[in-house]
Design a protein around this ligand. Structure first.
Ligand SMILES: Nc1nc2c(ncn2[C@@H]2O[C@H](COP(=O)(O)OP(=O)(O)O)[C@@H](O)[C@H]2O)c(=O)[nH]1
Ligand SMILES: [Mg+2]
Length: 461
């Protein structure tokens, strides 16, 4: 989908959600334009595809922890199969759809819809697991479900996570999902009172999510705590899990204990049941509150991503690009110097040997030929040195490689990349950053309660 089409569709989809979005999409358009001009983005790309426009909640965790049961319960319909064997080995992206029955679409369908941040997922997968990208349908599917709970939201159920036997493709998709989500629910299973058995899994999921700059978006959920009724050891089990998580660096706060009432075992002891249910109800309510408010977190994230991107361009990419271009220009001028010297030497030699320029060839013609040769070699040298520089960036920062090639016009190489070079872009970026801050302010006015407490919004500055 070309950027233009994408902007239009996004505006259609999002205009009803929150009017702030319309302005934000336009700011992304401006950001794209600046990036096209600098050559950091090719004309068929757009930064609007690098983020999720709809709030996204993902459910990750170990096998049979009750992820799908939780998802079905949340949506209010049986969409996902449940059971103790690993049945659904795909990531299932769920969103609202009109059809009475859920409709399942292949993973590639996610590529065509601008709301979903799976635009380049096959490329990402190919990077870690060559060839697997073309088989994205094996890993991802889309289900549209007629449920109010899914309106304006994306919910992702995932296959059980087992660090030992995990394919690189699945690991890559998992971290992509964590990266893109507004809320990540990581499910563990209280039937395994010894967290040590799942240390690797824990380490992978927890450590990689904690390293994340907005760690507050990750909730750790110990599920099936009804099973502790057998030995009446709820506090012990919760304690040992909390210690295990603390060892991985999780501080506190985002740890919950719940169970699904329909799937739970029956508990005879009334007092025990009351204790379990008390814990479950309060934690479950807190989880649901976070899930309901996810739209607010998304709105902040969308704007924050814009501001971050504009700042990165302004503070890092443009200065780096200018520096590299100036370096290339220096090389070109050195080679120009050598070429000029050679041209004069040749001319001098011809003059000395054959008295060429006064007798047969007028000096003006010789000068003209010399200038043409000089110009051609100047252009060639520019291309040569730029290609050499670009090659060094191609793997680590492909956008830098493309920008270098985009900016080496012969006249720029003659005139230089002074402070006037792309000063318009810099001004526009500064304006975008300021407007982004204003938009955040607007959101604050909309969502922050008079008491000054926001809805658990992850910190944005
Ligand atoms: N006792 C108990 N069993 C549960 C609970 N939640 C799910 N289950 C059962 O655990 C099994 C695995 O659940 P499922 O949702 O498929 O797990 P998933 O692999 O994480 O998606 C199923 O048989 C569920 O009925 C719970 O809270 N308590
Ligand atoms: Mg499942």
């Amino acid at each position: 989908m070309m950027p233009k089409e994408r902007y239009i569709k996004l505006k259609q989809y999002l205009s009803e959600e929150n009017p702030v979005f319309l302005e934000v999409i336009e700011k992304y358009q401006t950001l794209d334009k600046v990036a096209y001009r600098l050559g950091l983005l090719s004309p068929e790309e757009t930064y609007t595809s690098a983020i999720s426009w709809w709030p996204m909640i993902s459910v990750l965790g170990t096998f049979s922890a009750g992820k799908s049961t939780f998802v079905n319960d949340y949506v209010g319909k049986v969409i996902q199969q449940t059971g103790n064997q690993a049945i659904d080995d795909k990531f299932t992206v769920m969103c609202y759809g009109h059809n009475h029955e859920p409709v399942t679409l292949p993973g590639l369908a996610l590529d065509a819809d601008p709301r979903f941040p799976f635009y380049n997922i096959s490329d990402e997968v190919n990077k870690v697991d060559p060839g697997e990208g073309s088989r994205v349908n094996l890993y991802l599917q889309l289900k549209t479900v007629n449920s109010e709970k899914l309106k304006g939201k994306i919910l992702i159920d995932s296959p059980g996570f087992d660090a030992d036997s995990q394919r690189d493709a699945i690991l890559r998709i998992t971290s992509h999902i964590v990266e893109m989500s507004d809320l990540v629910l990581i499910f563990f299973d209280a039937r395994h009172p010894e967290p040590g058995a799942m240390r690797d899994t824990l380490e992978h999921l927890v450590a990689s999510t904690i390293a994340h700059k907005d760690a507050n978006k990750v909730l750790y959920i110990l599920n099936q705590i009804d099973t502790t009724a057998k030995e009446d050891n709820l506090e012990d089990v919760i304690g040992s899990w909390q210690r295990a998580l603390a060892q991985e660096g999780l501080v506190s706060g985002n740890f919950f204990g719940i169970y699904n009432e329909d799937a739970a075992i029956s508990v005879e002891d009334d007092a025990l049941l009351k204790r379990l249910k008390g814990k479950r109800d309060s934690d479950h309510a807190r989880i649901l509150e976070r899930m309901d408010n996810v739209g607010i977190e998304r709105a902040y994230r969308i704007i924050k991503a814009l501001v971050d991107r504009a700042k990165e361009m302004q503070e890092k990419q443009i200065p780096l690009l200018r520096e590299r271009l100036q370096q290339i220009r220096r090389y070109v001028w050195w080679s120009n110097g050598v070429v000029l010297l050679l041209l004069f030497l040749i001319a001098g030699l011809l003059q000395w040997q054959f008295d060429l320029f006064t007798s047969t060839v007028p000096a003006a013609v010789a000068g003209g030929i010399g200038a043409v040769v000089f110009f051609m070699l100047h252009v060639k040298a520019g291309r040569f040195f730029a290609a050499r520089e670009a090659a060094q960036w191609r793997d680590a920062q492909p956008e830098m490689a493309r920008a270098i090639m985009h900016n080496i016009s012969w006249w720029r190489l003659l005139l230089g990349f002074g402070s006037g070079w792309n000063s318009g872009a810099v001004t526009q970026l500064e304006r975008l950053v300021a407007q982004g801050r204003e938009a955040i302010q607007k959101l604050n006015d909309q969502f922050v309660t008079p008491a000054g407490t926001s809805h658990n919004v992850s910190k944005v500055t």
